[in-house]
Design a protein around this ligand. Structure first.
Ligand code: PBG
Length: 341
């Protein structure tokens, strides 16, 4: 008999008469493992990755240590490694040179554009990894907004959706498994679904950035893409951080319009929204552990102020517990390596 099963030394005179002692189920790792309610697995992870033009390029992003812009040749090698670690999916973001940007983001639907070429190459090289492409204009517009802008600086909804539809079709034609509109224009999910179906892409999935907030946590990502808006902010299309009910409204519209998966973004400051969306949603829920959340952990760890690995796992687990079925995270590779140990 192990020590734990022995009658407790002082279980007579001084013990309380309790019917429940929750600590019984915390006594050792075996029982803790058995009763654990939520776990993080490699299957939950989606790895956002940055592709740039050129060859033999691997450039670290200063505000996101450990994250790189890769040229296609090196990206393919990295993705082969990601796939071998069991990470099921990547989300692709392009770094577009200034000379290819214009007011309406027309490079976004160039059939031979950087994203389209990259998707084709990935699907040839590592066919089993699921490729998610971002649908939004900001990497492609000279002004850095996610939409078409009029002479007064107003972001125009319906003309933007027209471009998003073209962009989605060209990504699907290149072989993208899932398109992910991150632009927050109204009605884009329905328009994209109809256009994909009409073109025969009935199996191309849609991951909708449904509740995407106008957040200060995107700063490092905009450094990575060189895509910070040149004027104003994104508050007329991204959600106000004070709102939670509105997230349900956005999610319900996107599901009605044909979203296969809905997303809450950012994750850490919006765990309550993830929970509310999970309780409401009939489709799987993704959470985006965004660039600023990544940078904060990396910065504290670099200073020796926190135990990086433990904090990463605890943070991602909090998103699972809040209700996320999937997590987009720049920690995906590190986490896969940790979980395989
Ligand atoms: C743009 C887009 C952004 C992110 C993903 N897609 C930034 C923004 O809306 O300005 C942010 C991701 C991150 O911060 O990790 N459509």
């Amino acid at each position: 008999m192990s020590l734990e099963n022995q009658p407790h030394q002082n279980s007579t005179a001084t013990s309380l008469n309790l019917t429940q002692r929750p600590r019984r189920l915390r006594r050792n790792e075996t029982i803790r493992r058995m009763v654990r309610e939520n776990v993080l697995t490699v299957d939950d992870l989606i790895y956002p990755m940055f592709v740039m033009e050129g060859e033999n390029q691997k450039v670290e992003i200063p505000s996101m240590p450990g994250c790189y812009r890769f040229s296609l040749d090196l990206l393919l090698k990295e993705i082969a490694e990601i796939a071998s670690l069991g990470i099921p999916a990547i989300a692709l973001f392009p770094v577009i040179s200034e000379s290819k940007k214009d007011d309406t983001g027309s490079e976004s639907y160039n059939p031979n554009g950087l994203v389209q070429q990259t998707v084709k190459a990935i699907k040839q090289n590592t066919p089993d990894i699921l490729v998610i492409t971002d649908v939004a204009l900001d990497p492609f517009t000279s002004h850095g907004h996610d939409g078409v802008v009029d002479e007064n600086g107003v972001i125009l909804n319906d003309p933007t959706v027209e471009v998003l539809v073209k962009m989605s079709l060209s990504q699907a034609a290149a072989g993208a498994d899932m398109v992910a509109p991150s632009d927050m224009m109204d009605g884009r999910i329905g328009a994209i679904r109809q256009a994909l179906d009409a073109a025969g892409f009935i199996d191309t999935k849609i991951l909708a950035y449904s509740a995407k907030y106008a957040s200060a946590y995107y700063g490092p990502f905009r450094d990575a893409l060189d895509s910070a808006p040149k004027f104003g902010d994104k508050k007329t299309y991204q959600m106000d951080p004070g709102n939670a009910k509105e997230a349900i409204k956005e999610v319900s519209l996107d599901i009605a319009e044909g979203a296969d998966i809905v997303m809450v973004k950012p994750a850490l400051a919006y765990l309550d929204v993830i929970r509310q969306v999970k309780d409401y949603s009939s489709v799987p829920v993704a959470a985006y552990n965004v660039s600023g959340e990544y940078a904060m952990i990396k910065a504290a760890a670099a200073n020796g102020w926190i135990d990086e690995k433990k904090v990463i796992l605890e943070t991602l687990l909090s998103m699972k517990r809040a209700g996320a079925d999937l997590i987009l995270t720049y920690f995906a590779k590190e986490v896969a390596l940790m979980l395989h140990k």
